[in-house]
Design a protein around this ligand. Structure first.
Ligand code: ATP
Length: 379
């Protein structure tokens, strides 16, 4: 799992008085009887790098297209910078959209592609040239000014498209899978460049992606979508550490889920009977829960410690046998089978080149974790 971006300490979404730059009020988009976007309310603040994340078909692009003005909501209101833009056409909104296909003009060179919108709005030639030079420098493509799109690599085309979409100083840039056409290595490199450019310009970016690592790396906040609705909106770290639903826990990273029911709660500690685990699990959880309530305990694989014998007076210990090992270079993933047949995953970082006594197949181990390292999901 990649490192989540550390966003600036001042988090505008924490300030109730801060007026959001984008406000969606109960926005719904229906195609016939099908709800592509279902009653979404959401605020995005100026300067955010905001990602709409979710699987194919969950409604991310439809939501982005409504912000751009290419789709009209069936119901609800959409405000940008305090102005109701629900019925305002795309060209009158202070937004621009960068398409996944980049949509560059094939017969125009790079400089002319970037200048196109500025020329159309009548910007004088010398001013236009300065602006294009500034944008080419920003995205580091100056030597390519005279090339046509077919003479560029995918990464270079992506930069030209970005420069072109920034030319008219939009307040908000909407990006639909901006790195989708790039290979994995170039994607990772470009993620950081995109964040640097966004921070330098201070423009609000709203990005659609289905790639959770990409969203984690770049975003100030992520809206995780599921079947036309928003499941959770949070900064990456919070979304990962404190998912609010089973869906959120499973979509972001890997997770072990133990279904069970609450047996008791004392202060901020809850005990959950999990038949698959064969024991009562202890979880730190401060929201009041009722005994008997069905819940799920969520445990990330990297929070698990491996010991070789049960320890006295220690909660959350499960005995099992290692059945699968996947070596990924930086970490190894282990699958441990419990007596109930349930499999639990844990990861270990490969700190040493070759551990003296590496864990191996069919080895019996005890998995252990603290009550602070797991969570209770009620939905
Ligand atoms: P992807 O990552 O695959 O692009 P997405 O999350 O962006 O998916 P949308 O493109 O927003 O999903 O589509 C959401 C749902 O709405 C899909 O089931 C899609 O088939 C449907 N849909 C989108 N546009 C239309 C349309 N013009 N007419 C009918 N159905 C549509």
């Amino acid at each position: 799992m990649s490192t989540a971006r550390q966003f600036k300490p001042e988090e505008p979404w924490q300030a109730p008085e801060g007026e959001p730059i984008v406000r969606l009020e109960n926005v719904t988009k229906r195609f016939g009887a099908f709800y592509a976007v279902d009653d979404i309310s959401l605020n995005i603040h100026a300067g955010e790098f905001f990602s709409l994340l979710g699987p194919s078909g969950c409604g991310k692009t439809t939501l982005l297209r409504m912000l751009a003005g290419f789709e009209t909501p069936t119901s609800g209101r959409l405000l940008i910078d305090g102005q109701d833009v629900t019925d305002i056409p795309p060209y009158e909104r202070p937004v621009n959209m960068m398409f996944q296909s980049y949509a560059l003009f094939p017969h125009m060179n790079v400089a002319d592609n970037i200048a196109f919108g500025l020329k159309q709005e009548g910007m004088p030639k010398s001013e236009r040239q300065d602006r294009v030079a500034e944008l080419m420098s920003l995205v580091q493509i100056e030597p390519l000014a005279k090339r046509k799109p077919h003479q560029l690599s995918g990464g270079q085309r992506q930069r030209v498209a970005l420069a072109r979409s920034l030319a008219k100083h939009p307040k908000i840039l909407l990006l639909d899978e901006p790195l989708g056409a790039l290979d994995k290595k170039l994607r990772e490199q470009t993620q950081f460049e995109l964040v640097n450019i966004q921070e330098r310009l201070g423009i609000t970016f709203v990005v659609v992606t289905h790639d959770q690592e990409e969203a984690m790396t770049m975003s100030s906040r992520i809206a995780l979508m599921h079947e036309g609705r928003i499941e959770q909106v949070d900064p990456p770290r919070r979304l990962y550490e404190f998912p609010s639903t089973r869906y959120a826990a499973s979509f972001i990273g890997s997770v072990n889920l133990f279904d069970g029911y609450v047996t008791e709660q004392n202060d901020d500690q809850v005990r959950v009977q999990c038949d698959d685990a064969g024991i009562q699990l202890e979880v730190r959880h401060s929201q009041p829960l009722v005994p008997g309530m069905a819940v799920t305990v969520a445990l990330r694989p990297e929070k698990v410690r491996v010991i070789h014998q049960l320890e006295a007076d220690t909660p959350n210990q499960l005995r099992g046998v290692i059945k699968e090992i996947a070596y990924l270079g930086d970490v190894s993933i282990y699958h441990v089978e419990l007596a109930s047949g349930k499999r639990v995953q844990f990861t270990q970082s490969n700190v040493q080149a070759l551990a003296e006594q590496p864990l191996t197949w069919d080895e019996e181990v005890v998995l252990s974790w603290s009550a602070n390292s797991c969570g209770v999901l009620t939905e």
